[in-house]
Design a protein around this ligand. Structure first.
Ligand code: GTP
Ligand code: MG
Length: 390
């Protein structure tokens, strides 16, 4: 007996103009014929291959308008209204008529050569920028799989050195790869009132954070997702950093500000890059110098460069910006990208983009270094078959 047809909802959850359901299996056409009523009554076969038919599908809530198209012998696509209710009712109907309902990721998995390609296609659906999508598309087309196989082949020939080279090259690319699936995190830090929120807004292109002329305005961490040269970056605007006794008197507002400062410090610790903002229209202070010492490897940004500068011999070099005139913002964006992305992949380069890829590569590296070639091969094989127990 043939297996039951499978029905996949291929379009994402939420509202859209259309939803697409794909029915697959040797009995796909039979099931669709049971429900679909073509608008033109005299059609001999409403599922002639490659043609598109408009009609109705009687469902519990009423007749749903649909477009049906046979894609090949064992696959039919049904397009209905894009709201979740229409697709759900149609899937329920298909389930009642013998179809097995599966997800779009199952559909991808059924036609991809290995787990890496499946994962790349799933992440591709969430890609926030074209640049990210292009790199993921390369991985979906097999770039990472090819390199991992090359390392496996080298191990098969007893050539540990070549395998090691390949693995090291791949692991290095994690710095970019892991940020294809979660953004780089850039924190804007500095003393109160230096213009952190204003610069956040200027980089984001909209009024994300409150700007005010009194120090101590920002308390919580305010984030904004931006794309810099196609790289996804989460900006975190933070509370101005000052000593515990430097803020408002020991009242509730002062306590809240202190909590904000603690949050700012946590953000700084875990950031991919910290921008240390200093007000170029004000003297360079001991507090600025203290922050420069304290924050590891910050990118120094001088703010408010549209105002008359306050000369200071000991002011460190940095990027001059103005949130008002937008002077220096393009330079700042370039400098941020240069610090975050040290080696952008070329087209078709292999890039590990999930933590599990990197962990498996690191494990294989350790095994090769210790002469455990079989264990190294098993670690690499598991990249293709993550469900297999070690
Ligand atoms: N002229 C000029 N004024 C600016 C610029 N950036 C910020 N300001 C002003 O500086 C003041 C403080 O700006 P904010 O962006 O709120 O500063 P902040 O660092 O976020 O302040 P806190 O949240 O209190 O730490 C506001 O009055 C802004 O209008 C700039 O580039 N040029
Ligand atoms: Mg602020």
């Amino acid at each position: 007996m043939s297996s039951p047809p499978r029905a996949y909802l291929l379009t994402p959850a939420g509202r859209g103009a259309l939803a697409t359901i794909r029915v697959e299996g040797s009995r796909a056409g039979d099931v669709v014929r049971m429900g679909f009523q073509p608008a033109q009554a005299r059609i001999a076969d409403p599922l002639e291959s490659g043609r598109v038919y408009f009609g109705h599908w009687p469902l519990e809530h009423g007749r749903e308008e649909v477009v049906v198209c046979r894609r090949d012998r064992d696959a039919v696509e049904i397009h209905c209204h894009g709201g979740p209710a229409a697709a759900r009712s149609l899937l329920e109907w298909l389930s009642r008529h013998g179809c097995r309902i599966a997800s779009w990721s199952d559909w991808i998995a059924a036609r991809s050569p290995d787990a890496i390609c499946v994962e790349a296609l799933i992440e591709l659906a969430r890609a926030p920028t074209e640049r990210v999508a292009a790199i993921l598309l390369d991985q979906a087309a097999g770039a990472l799989s090819r390199e991992v196989r090359a390392a496996l082949d080298a191990l098969g020939r007893g050539d540990g050195a070549t395998a090691m080279d390949t693995i090291v090259r791949l692991v290095f690319r994690q710095h970019v790869g892991l940020h294809l699936t979660s953004p780089f995190r850039v924190v804007l830090a500095g003393r109160p009132n230096v213009g952190k929120s204003s610069l956040t807004n200027a980089l984001a292109g909209y009024e994300r954070a409150i700007v005010f002329d009194q120090p101590g305005t920002t308390r919580d961490v305010v984030t904004a997702l931006v794309a810099l040269d196609g790289w996804p970056v989460e900006l975190s605007d933070t509370a101005g950093l000052r000593a515990a006794d430097g803020g408002m008197e020991g009242d509730a507002a002062g306590d809240i500000e202190q909590q904000g400062i603690e949050r700012a410090r946590k953000q700084i610790e875990s950031a991919d890059l910290v921008l240390l903002l200093c007000d170029a229209s004000q003297p360079w202070t001991a507090a600025d110098a203290e922050l420069l010492r304290e924050i590891p490897d910050p990118l120094v940004v001088h703010t408010k460069c549209d105002l008359p500068p306050s000369p200071a011999a000991d002011r460190p070099s940095g990027i001059a910006t103005s949130a008002v005139t937008r002077q220096g913002l393009a330079d700042l964006e370039r400098a941020i990208v240069a610090r975050l992305v040290r080696d952008a992949p070329s087209p078709c380069d292999a890039v590990p983009f999930l933590r599990r890829h990197v962990e498996a590569l690191n494990l294989a590296h350790r095994h090769i270094a210790a002469g455990r070639i079989d264990a190294a091969r098993a670690a690499l094989e598991r990249i293709f078959h993550p469900d297999k127990s070690p």
